[in-house]
Design a protein. Sequence first.
Length: 63
Amino acid sequence: MYNELPVERQREVEEALQHDPDLAVACADLLLAQRALDSVRREPRPETSEAILRYSRTFLAKS
């Protein structure tokens, strides 16, 4: 989200983090939590998705 802010707003956030250690810690905790969630997020392999699609096409062919 930070990267999507205009440059001036990014500077304001940086200043706020420098002057408020509690806010900096909370933001760091959120970033660590997001990293942990991203690492456990699972998506099917492309081969798996393709196998499912191939299988689903067999239903259409029989009709």
